[in-house]
Design a protein around this ligand. Structure first.
Ligand code: PCA
Length: 329
């Protein structure tokens, strides 16, 4: 049936092309866009608006369909799926790709960039390298948007790092796993779609994330504290498979690029706009939202130094170059 339908579509497209006197038929395409975060999250909404705009502006010639919440492909598999052409386009948390290349982790280096303004600079400084790296991997980078600053969720008051000893910690990338280890906590990598279940069943008791993901996961049902450590602002990125991209005509590619640039601006604005709102919502649900104690902040700063050193050692010259150019901005 599927085959029959595409055969009919093909014949229709040929007929239209002949009628228009075109050299070759432009076939309408549907691109499924797998995403890891829930439909109601602003990252997903931004990608949905991007998908709609591309679909409309190309007159349906390129239809992009979003699939939030890991419903089509789980978060951990999205990058390799797009790389292998299983999905033509996808969205993924950049810093979860440290195994591909340490450069992807640059926005999860603790205290390197802790405000939206600095996060934007770090992004501008790293973007050319990221684009080149992804190009080598058979991918086309389209846009990236940030999460609000990362804070510490816990099921009990945390006054110093010692209070984290033995705590079951949900990690979302290698850097947060390592951070947990250094705190003496016990890390487990868990995708956002499984956070609520992990906290409900006691698999996780703590995590570092934004107010955004705590809000999406209704974390107040399981933990009472969020410490505003402002540790870093990680990003999600949207990227396409290079062969799929090269299959698009130039006009379509230009439309995708334009809409990606708009989505990027919208995503950065939305993240800033919602950052405090999320904290207020967590507080309204009864959570204690506090700045870390001096001792906790100091403990984190020390861990941050260790993690920065470790990252610089891994990321080598290209990593140091990006950090240097960021610091010079
Ligand atoms: N939310 C994502 C990554 C960073 C964030 O704020 C998560 O927890 O998976």
């Amino acid at each position: 049936m599927q085959q029959l339908r595409s055969a009919t579509a093909l014949a229709g497209a040929f007929a239209t092309a002949l009628a228009l006197g075109l050299a070759g038929p432009a076939l309408a395409e549907t691109w499924d866009l797998p995403m890891a975060y829930p439909a109601s999250n602003y990252h997903s909404e931004t990608a949905e608006a991007f998908a709609k705009a591309v679909t409309e502006r190309t007159g349906g010639e390129l239809e992009i369909k979003t699939h939030p919440g890991g419903s089509l492909i789980g978060g951990a598999e999205i990058y390799s799926a797009v790389r292998r052409g299983i999905a033509p386009i996808g969205e993924r948390l950049m810093s979860a790709l440290g195994n591909e290349d340490p450069l992807f982790e640059i926005d999860a280096v603790p205290f390197l960039a802790t405000s939206f303004e600095d996060a934007r600079k770090l992004y501008e400084a790293s973007r050319p390298e990221l684009e080149a790296l992804m190009d080598e991997q058979g991918l086309v980078f389209l846009y990236a948007t940030p999460w609000p600053p990362q804070g510490l969720y816990a099921n009990k008051p945390i006054e110093t790092l010692d209070d984290m000893a033995g705590v079951k910690f949900r990690a979302y990338n290698a850097a947060t796993s390592r951070l947990a280890e250094l705190m003496g906590a016990v890390p487990t990598k868990i995708e956002a779609a499984e956070i609520s279940q992990a906290f409900a069943t006691g698999v996780a008791e703590s995590m570092i994330s934004s107010g955004s993901t705590g809000y999406d996961s209704k974390l107040w049902e399981y933990v009472a504290y969020w410490y505003d450590t402002q540790a870093w602002l990680p990003k999600n990125m949207v990227f396409a498979n290079k062969s799929a991209w090269e299959g698009l005509d130039e006009e379509t590619r230009a439309i995708v690029r334009e809409e990606a640039a708009k989505a990027e601006e919208a995503g950065w604005a939305k993240a800033q706009e919602l950052s405090d709102w999320y904290k207020d919502e967590l507080a309204k649900e009864g959570m204690t939202i506090e700045a870390p104690t001096e001792a906790l902040a100091e403990g984190f700063a020390k861990l941050g130094e260790t993690l920065t050193e470790e990252w610089l050692a891994k990321a080598g010259e290209s990593g140091s170059k990006v950090v240097e150019s960021y610091r010079g901005m």
